[in-house]
Write a protein that binds this ligand. Structure first.
Ligand code: ME8
Length: 521
C-alpha cells in the first residue's frame, strides 16, 4: 500500500464491572483482536478499543452489596478486564473506563448537542425498567411467569415513576430505515438485520435517557438531579476514545466513523437502533458496521451463575493452552451463530487440526530440512507443475482470507488456510522427500523448499489467530520481524536458500487427558 495507511477502528462492547470476566467477554474481544491484528498485518492503521462500563444502577447495587463505594468497586473489577486482555494476548490500543474524566466530558458534550438540537426534552417516565438489562420495556414486551412480570430476557422488572429526559427516538424510525436501506452492510449477520428492521418498523417510542433515583452516572449538564441513562453514557465511549469532542480533533477525523462495533446478539438493539439515532441526531456519522455474534453454551447447557457452569477463560487457557483456546473459539462455530463449548470437541480440534495437520507439517518438514539440508533453507531447482499448483494456492490465499475476514467469517478463513495445510500434507506424502534423498537429492531440496514456502505462508496468515505459535513457526524459518507482514506474502519475498535455520521444535502439543480425570469440562 502506498501513501498514508488506511485507518481501521474496531471496538468491543465495554463490559459491565458487576462480574468477573467469562468466556463471553473473552470471545467478543478475541474476535476483535484477531481482526485488529489481521488489519495491521494487512497495512492498516488500526485503532482497537476495549474497556469497562462502570456506571448504572446495576453497578451501584453490586458495590452496595459488597459494602464498598462504587468507585473503589469499579477500580477493582475493571482491573480484572485489563488483566484478561493481557492474559489473552489482546492487542488493544486503548482501554477506556466510563468513570474517566475524558468520558464524562464527551457524554456531556453529546448531551448538550442533542439538547441544543431539540432532540432531548424533559418529561416524566412511568414504566417498566430492568436493572439487570439496564433497559426500559413496554407493557406489551413483558412476559408473565408464575404470575410475575418479567422482561423478555427473563430479567426482573420494576415499575419506575420519575422525572426524566427523553430522546425523540420516535421521530427517527423512518430515517433509520432509510439508513439501513442505504447501508445494507451496516447490520451483520443478515438474519439479525431483519430482526432490527422489524423492531424499527414496529414503531419506536421516545427513549428515557436520564434517571433521578440513583447518582452513579454522568451528571446531566445543567440539571444535576439527573444522571444519564447508562446506555447513552456507555455508547458514547466509542467517541470518547478517539478524542470527541475536542480532545484530539485529528484522531477523531482519522478514526470516526468506526469501521466495526463488535457486539453480542443481546445488545444489538442498542448499537443498531439507539446509537445511530443518537449520532444522526447530533449530526455525527454513524458507525459503518455492527456485527452481532452468538452465545456460548457449556456442554449443551445455557451458561449461568446459578447453574455454576460459567466458563472461566483462565481455566481454558491453563488446560488447553492460549493459542489453542483462541483457535477453538473462532474455529468451532460459524461466527454469528450460537456455539457449544464441549471438552471433547476442543480436544478433537487440538489433536487433529493443530497437532496433526498444522503441527506435524511444520515438524516433519523442518526436521527433514534440519537433517538433510544442513539446517539451512534448501536450494531449489525448477518448479514442477505440482510445485507451482501448491505455491500458487499459497500466493492466492491472502485474497481469499481477506474477503472472509472482512465478512467476519472467521471459520471460513480458517478453513481456507487449513485447505492449504491439507494440500501440503498430501504433497509431502506424494513427493515422499525421504525417498528422494538417495535417488534425487536436488529434487528433495526443491520439494522441501516448496514446503518451507507453504509453511511461511501459513505461519504469516495464522498470526492474527495464534500470535505466539505462529511466531514460533516463523522463528524456525529465521524470518525477521520485518518479513512477517502480509506484504511479504507471495514469491517476491520467498525464502532465501542457504539461510541458517534454528533447530526445529514442536509447536502444537497433543492434548493428553490428565491421569484420573474424566472427559467432562
Ligand atoms: O452488555 N456467549 O456488557 P456485558 C457469548 N456493558 N457472548 C456473551 C455471553 C455468552 N455466553 N455472555 C455475555 C454489556 N456475552 C454492556 C455493553 S457497549 C456500549 C455496553 C457478551 O458485560 C454479550 O453478548 O453484559 C456482550 O456483547 C458482552 O459479553 C458484554 O456484556
Amino acid at each position: 500500500m502506498t501513501g498514508p495507511k488506511q485507518p481501521y477502528y474496531i471496538t468491543t462492547p465495554i463490559y459491565y464491572v458487576n462480574d468477573k470476566p467469562h468466556i463471553g467477554h473473552a470471545y467478543t474481544s478475541l474476535s476483535c483482536d484477531v481482526l485488529a491484528r489481521f488489519k495491521r498485518l494487512d497495512g492498516y492503521d488500526v485503532m482497537f478499543l476495549t474497556g469497562t462500563d462502570e456506571h448504572g444502577q446495576k453497578v451501584d447495587q453490586s458495590a452496595a452489596a459488597r459494602g464498598i463505594d462504587p468507585q473503589t468497586f469499579t477500580d477493582q473489577i475493571s482491573q480484572n478486564f485489563r488483566d484478561l486482555a493481557a492474559h489473552m494476548n489482546y492487542s488493544n490500543d486503548d482501554f477506556i473506563r466510563t468513570t474517566e474524566n475524558r468520558h464524562k466530558k464527551a457524554c456531556q458534550a453529546l448531551w448538550k448537542t442533542l439538547l441544543d438540537r431539540d432532540e432531548i426534552y424533559l418529561g416524566s417516565y412511568d414504566g417498566w425498567y430492568s436493572v439487570r438489562d439496564e433497559a426500559f420495556y413496554g407493557e406489551k414486551e413483558l412476559i408473565v411467569k408464575d404470575g410475575v412480570k418479567l422482561a423478555p430476557t427473563g430479567a426482573p422488572v420494576e415499575w419506575v415513576s420519575e422525572p426524566s429526559y427523553f430522546f425523540r427516538l420516535s421521530a427517527w424510525a423512518d430515517r433509520l430505515l432509510k439508513f439501513y436501506d442505504d447501508n445494507p452492510d451496516f447490520i451483520a449477520p443478515s438474519s439479525r438485520r431483519n430482526e432490527v428492521l422489524s423492531f424499527v418498523k414496529g414503531g419506536l417510542r421516545d427513549l428515557s435517557v436520564s434517571r433521578t433515583s440513583f447518582k452513579w452516572g454522568v451528571p446531566v449538564p445543567g440539571d444535576e438531579d439527573h444522571v444519564m441513562y447508562v446506555w447513552l453514557d456507555a455508547l458514547t465511549n466509542y467517541l470518547t476514545a478517539v478524542g470527541y469532542p475536542d480532545a484530539d480533533p485529528e484522531k477523531l477525523a482519522t478514526y470516526w466513523p468506526a469501521d466495526l462495533h463488535m457486539v453480542g446478539k443481546d445488545i444489538l438493539r442498542f448499537h443498531a437502533v439507539y446509537w445511530p439515532a443518537f449520532l444522526m441526531a447530533a449530526d455525527i456519522a454513524p458507525p459503518k458496521r455492527v456485527f452481532a455474534h452468538g452465545w456460548w453454551t457449556n456442554e449443551g447447557q445455557k451458561i449461568s451463575k446459578s447453574l455454576g457452569n460459567v466458563i472461566d477463560p483462565y481455566d481454558l487457557t491453563a488446560r488447553y493452552g492460549l493459542d489453542q483456546t483462541r483457535y477453538f473459539l473462532l474455529r468451532e462455530v460459524p461466527f454469528g451463530n450460537d456455539g457449544d463449548f464441549a471438552h471433547q470437541s476442543m480436544v478433537n480440534r487440538m489433536n487433529s487440526e493443530l497437532a496433526n495437520d498444522y503441527g506435524n507439517l511444520c515438524q516433519r518438514v523442518l526436521s527433514m530440512i534440519g537433517k538433510n539440508c544442513d539446517g539451512k533453507v534448501p536450494a531449489h531447482g525448477d518448479f514442477t507443475d505440482a510445485d507451482m499448483t501448491i505455491l500458487n494456492k499459497a500466493y492466492g490465499l491472502l485474497d481469499v482470507v481477506r474477503g472472509q475476514f472482512d465478512a467476519q467469517a472467521f471459520n471460513r478463513a480458517i478453513d481456507a488456510i487449513w485447505a492449504l495445510i491439507g494440500d501440503a500434507n498430501r504433497y509431502v506424502d506424494e513427493m515422499a522427500p525421504w525417498g528422494l534423498k538417495k535417488t534425487d537429492p536436488t529434487r528433495m531440496e526443491t520439494v522441501l523448499y516448496v514446503l518451507a514456502e507453504i509453511i511461511r505462508h501459513a505461519g504469516i496468515l495464522t498470526q492474527p489467530l495464534m500470535p505466539d505459535s505462529s511466531a514460533k513457526i516463523l522463528d524456525q524459518l529465521s524470518l525477521g520481524e520485518g518479513d512477517r507482514g502480509f506484504a511479504c506474502l507471495g514469491p517476491d519475498h520467498a525464502l532465501v536458500s542457504g539461510t541458517e535455520l534454528p533447530k526445529p521444535s514442536g509447536v502444537f502439543p497433543r492434548y493428553v487427558e490428565p491421569e484420573g480425570e474424566g472427559e467432562t469440562a
